[in-house]
Design a protein around this ligand. Structure first.
Ligand code: MG
Ligand code: MG
Ligand code: MG
Length: 298
């Protein structure tokens, strides 16, 4: 049998890495990644003593299962010369393919929830795998504060916490969520690129990065540097570039951007100032930023 790789999106997050590891382990496939682990994911793999998946440089000639993404712009280089056999995801669908494949999509908080639901018995029997899926759910739903979180995410998380031996999942969630919030000693470029996604809105290339901070975490003092950095990114071929600094304690997002301010006002109903706007209650790129921008750009 051909080897099958399970891989998440570019600039992988905890869901992309952990869902790939668990699904590969359950199916006898090979877990892989595109790019470096962020601090949160590195903490999780270390905590549950699970090896870091190998980097796959190109998908060309490979069989792939794509988890946690379905857009070409987020796929591995060479995906168009790969054979995609399956997709498991919880993002909006922007995927066209010439042959029939398995495509499992649910409008819930995390890919890991889908994998846990489908494989409950196997996952419950393996504390490390349960711990990885729990971590992905806590991460993606921002410890259930994100509007993307559903009852199914909460139910699966409780079950996974028990199976993995995590007694207090909320404090475990805060422990892992604050790993990426630490911006000390990191360059602005690194902060912006660590969770950055490309989108195609009506033929326009848009980039949206996100960082989670605790109590603003010093991000305001870097505002000018952030905008400068977005400006140079924009010059590399974007119509507009956005960067969300999402406060996981306060529950809101400072959205920095370079591009047409009229579009931003149209998308969020308030006037931006100095290339930024504060959006109270906004936590989710997928649910609260992307749909508004896509509409405003069309
Ligand atoms: Mg993801
Ligand atoms: Mg996800
Ligand atoms: Mg995310």
């Amino acid at each position: 049998m051909d080897e099958i790789y399970v891989i998440g999106h570019k600039n992988p997050d905890t869901d992309s890495i952990c869902s790939a590891i668990v699904y590969a382990s359950l199916k006898g496939y090979i877990p892989a990644r595109q790019g470096e682990l962020n601090k949160e994911t590195a903490f999780v793999l270390d905590y549950f003593k699970v090896p870091v998946p190998q980097v796959l440089e190109s998908g060309e000639g490979k069989k792939l299962v794509c988890v946690d993404h379905n857009e070409a712009s987020q796929m591995i280089t060479g995906w168009d010369k790969a054979e995609i056999v399956e997709i498991i995801d919880h993002h909006k669908i922007n995927f066209n393919y010439g042959t029939p494949i398995y495509f499992h999509s649910e409008p819930i908080g995390c890919t890991a929830t889908i994998i846990a639901k489908q494989n409950q018995e196997a996952v419950k029997a393996n504390p490390a795998l349960a711990g990885l899926l729990l971590s992905a759910i806590l991460s993606d739903t921002v410890i259930f504060k994100s509007p993307t979180a559903t009852g199914e995410d909460r139910a699966m998380a409780s079950l996974l916490a028990e199976a993995s031996g995590i007694k207090d999942m909320i404090s475990f969630g805060i422990e892992l969520k604050t790993k990426n919030a630490d911006i000390e000693g990191r360059s602005v470029e690194e902060i912006i690129s660590s969770d950055f996604k490309d989108f195609d809105f009506n033929g326009k290339k848009i980039g949206i990065g996100q960082i989670e901070v605790a109590e603003s975490g010093g991000i305001e003092s870097k505002a000018k540097e952030i905008v400068d950095s977005l400006q140079s990114l924009k010059q590399s071929g974007y119509e507009a570039v956005f960067f969300m600094a999402t406060d996981i304690i306060k529950g809101g997002t400072r959205l920095f951007f370079v591009g047409d301010p009229v579009i931003v006002e149209k998308a969020f109903g308030a006037k931006p100032e100095n290339n930024a706007i504060y959006l109270p209650g906004v936590m989710s790129r997928k649910k609260q930023i992307v749909p508004n921008l896509e509409k405003a750009f069309s």
